[in-house]
Ligand binder design. Sequence first.
Ligand code: NAD
Length: 351
Amino acid sequence: MVFGPISDGGHEQVSYFSDPETGLQAIVAIHDTTLGPSLGGTRILDYETEDAALEDVLRLSKAMTYKAAAADLPLGGGKAVILGNPDDLKGDALFEAYGRAVDCLAGRYITSVDVNSGVEDMDVVARETDHVVGTSDGLGNPSPITAHGVFHGIRACVESVYGTASVTDREVVIQGLGKVGQSLAEKLLEHGASVTVSDVDESAVEAFAREHGVDTVAPDAVYDQSCDVFAPCAIGGVINDDTIPRLDCDIVAGGANNVLAERRHADVLREQGVLYAPDYVINGGGLITVAKEYLGGTREEASEEAAAIGDRLLEMIERADDRDTTVLEAADAYARERIDAAETVTPARPT
Ligand code: NAD
């Protein structure tokens, strides 16, 4: 069963790399390069089985195809996993070997940071290949730009539900006060929203509440808090069969990845009259930033492109209404149409 899982998901290429000297075992999955070279981070995890690693990299690379297409980027979807315990593996020799592996794909795959890999690791990878972003020479921390895109996505949702994009006096509950959540909260406050924050890290919540004079809610009570917008900015799977009946909001729109426990929860939210902004569309600002780094451009340009997430999301919401379907379905269709409309593979990096 070599080709089964690959062709079933529509993947173009899966490459396995092994370097006994450094212990490197990596899988790079290239899902689709119709719109341009594939881009996606490198996840380092001690998977229980090799099959679990393959399954993860196939799923993640396919998701990147949709994310790039929905962000109007000239990029395809790819992802890599390095198998093993990050604490045991990490070292310059391993990342150099990994850089050589990425390089031999000749730009069909561009790597970056992900779970357990960071900027300093990408700096080592960059010694061996040009096909890496998220290095210390790059455009810097993408999180504020991600938050900027989420802010504009929230405005689009607010416009659709209440008839005006203004967030002034709108009640927004933010789950997770990390890099994205804090930046989003500050932006919303600047624009007059009424913000309530929540985090498992009590000291972070207290410090933020003291500085900005906002209300707080305990992590386990966050789903019961009445509000206009619930903005998940922490972990995945928070919209599920247990939490949906508790929600007292009109909109779910936040920066976190994999917000829905299962795809069908988008339908359940819709049936309950809650507008759900697909996570991979609204949090595309991070990808837009690293794409700009690879293609050449500035943080300001990345920020402008992230702001355009608002208009794109509004278009998807309107299409979902017209077709009597979820915004998630409309977003997937938008991405697929872009790929189907592309006639040839276009090299993304200017020559
Ligand atoms: P982060 O680690 O800086 O912040 C996450 C915060 O969530 C932390 O403060 C943590 O204490 C808190 N948290 C964890 N579990 C929680 C819970 N159950 N309830 C409340 N708070 C909880 O991460 P980040 O970079 O801000 O990213 C947040 C989310 O956005 C993640 O899902 C990430 O994958 C996604 N995302 C981030 C970016 C980016 O540019 N940083 C881009 C796209 C998507």
